[in-house]
Design a protein around this ligand. Structure first.
Ligand SMILES: Cc1cc2nc3c(=O)[nH]c(=O)nc-3n(C[C@H](O)[C@H](O)[C@H](O)COP(=O)(O)OP(=O)(O)OC[C@H]3O[C@@H](n4cnc5c(N)ncnc54)[C@H](O)[C@@H]3O)c2cc1C
Length: 480
């Protein structure tokens, strides 16, 4: 019997796990994927929104502004990259400038500090690659960028260091309401808990509907992206939006914390909750829209495309509450954008709700900080020298595009909640994220994973069962 079971190891579930780990709870996180951050939390814009476009009074507005304010301190405590680069919302027609004023007023009502309207010339002075057609823009100095998977991994590692148990590759298939607790069926086993947190992303409706008569619908709203090489990471410095549409914040152009340039997303409602393919139409649409903002977008530097699914509720607000008629069952649902920006605040809010249901003492030995993997590409000559003296593997470069060393990869495997897949290595170290998209380093990463985990190379996967690189093994990793 656990005190709390969290379904879903995305940024919402991991933020909740970290906050709950401050208290004397026994907590278990279950996720069907082989790593944390395998759902929407790995494929989004990575923007820490300032919080000006959410409806005043909505949970989205409150969580966004609070989460944004918390992100900088959290990035120091948990050692993940975060940059407050500011954001711009562009207007292309003087007749629409009142919409910028409306956004500014809305932002001020939400408590967003420092909002300013800039003229077209002021915008171009700040960002020379922005279109001549821009007449004005809303500038939000508190907008930021974060690495969505580094954030999620950091939260998860810190939660695990504070005693939270993670069972990955464990799919929840059923939830039964019992007398004063819930029985959660996952991976063929039964787990019991007094409190269940439903943070299952696009599948949160499925679990909500298992315990409630008041049915919830979550529509997967797909967003496709193009990622450009780090050679053009300084094409823009702030995050550049256009005036929002009914489908959301529209197509943006932004630098990433890893020094790349990102453009997207599209917004298309689909039926398939696993439908994360990209399409030629999507790419064409988003590039055309991005070129309205920045006409000289360096298309030749595109190195990959990807897509993610927003957990869209027609009511368009987060649902973070104990479900009516299901005491102890807490939804963290409808976590579309700004779910990433809000995560630090969402974690705290969930912990407050759980405290109300099942009060517990704070731990006296909570570990508030976590150290990331030393990154040789960002280190000074002296830091590199010191690290290589300590461990020569930090001098052996495996990923040439991103200068990721063997030492970093080995660290990623053996740390708390260590990587067991090639994607897990990629997200923790950046190996394979460069221009060649792992063409050179993939076989070396497979080799190191097999060596360090003590398994055959044929058993190493991209992202869990069914994604082996080498032939001759079936879905379960058994030789055919
Ligand atoms: C295109 C796009 C752009 C976005 N841009 C931004 C942005 O710039 N800024 C921002 O703030 N927000 C953004 N968001 C929103 C943000 O990405 C999400 O709010 C956030 O990642 C949601 O996290 P989550 O933990 O709730 O869900 P997820 O990350 O999806 O996690 C849910 C987890 O539940 C697990 N799960 C599901 N079913 C089961 C099961 N049966 N058993 C066990 N586990 C299960 C999944 O494997 C998954 O790991 C964007 C979203 C999209 C799609």
């Amino acid at each position: 019997m656990y005190d709390v079971i969290i379904i879903g190891a995305g940024v919402s579930g991991c933020a909740a796990a970290r906050e709950l780990s401050r208290y004397q709870y026994s907590t278990l996180v279950l996720d069907k994927c082989s790593d944390v951050a395998e759902g929407t939390s790995k494929a989004n814009s990575g923007i820490v929104h300032a919080g000006f476009d959410n409806e005043p009074g909505s949970l989205m507005a409150k969580m966004n502004v609070r989460g944004n304010a918390m992100m900088e301190q959290l990035s120091k405590e948990l050692d993940f990259p975060f940059i407050r680069n500011g954001s711009l919302v562009l207007c292309f027609d003087a007749d629409d400038e009142y919409k910028l004023e409306d956004l500014k007023k809305r932002g001020e009502a939400n408590g967003v500090p420092g909002l300013r309207i800039l003229s077209g010339d002021q915008v171009r002075e700040m960002e020379p690659n922005i279109s001549d057609k821009v007449t004005a823009a809303l500038y939000a100095p508190t907008g930021g960028i974060v690495c969505p998977f580094n954030l999620t991994i950091a939260l998860a590692e810190n939660a695990a260091d504070n005693g939270v148990e993670f069972r990955l590759g464990t799919e929840v298939t059923d939830i039964k309401k019992k007398d004063g607790f819930y029985q959660v069926v996952a991976g063929g086993e039964e787990y019991s808990a007094r409190v269940v947190i439903n943070a299952a992303g696009v599948y949160a409706d499925k679990f909500h509907n298992m315990v409630s008569e008041d049915k919830m619908t979550i529509i997967p709203r797909k967003g496709e992206y193009c990622l450009m090489d780090s050679t053009v990471g300084d094409f823009v410095h702030s995050t550049v939006f256009q005036l929002p549409t009914a489908y959301g914040k529209g197509v943006l152009v932004t630098p990433t914390v890893h020094g790349n340039l990102l453009t997207g997303p599209t917004a298309t409602d689909i039926d398939d909750k696993e439908g994360v393919n990209t399409t030629a139409e999507g790419m064409n649409e988003l590039l055309k829209k991005a070129e309205l903002s920045t006409p000289n977008l360096p298309r030749r530097e595109i190195i990959t495309s990807f897509s993610g699914l927003r957990a869209h509720r027609p009511e368009h607000d987060f649902v973070i509450e104990e479900v009516d008629g299901a005491p102890g069952f807490v939804d963290v649902a409808g976590m579309e954008s700004p779910g990433l920006s809000s995560a630090p605040a969402v974690g705290q809010y969930v912990a407050e709700i759980v405290q109300g249901i099942l009060p517990a003492e704070e731990k006296t030995d909570f570990i508030g900080t976590r150290k990331g993997i030393p990154q040789m590409r960002y280190a000074s000559f002296d830091e590199r020298k010191k690290q290589i003296e300590k461990d020569p593997a930090y001098g052996n470069v495996i990923c040439r595009c991103c200068t990721v060393t063997e030492g970093e990869i080995v660290n990623a495997i053996h740390r708390t909640l260590g990587a067991t897949t090639v994607d897990g290595i990629k997200r923790r170290t950046g190996a394979g994220m460069g221009r060649c998209q792992s063409g050179f380093c993939n076989p070396r990463v497979v080799e190191i994973l097999a060596r360090e985990l003590g398994v055959d190379e044929e058993q190493i996967t991209k992202k869990g069962p069914g994604s082996q690189f080498l032939e001759g093994y079936d879905k379960e990793g058994i030789r055919a």
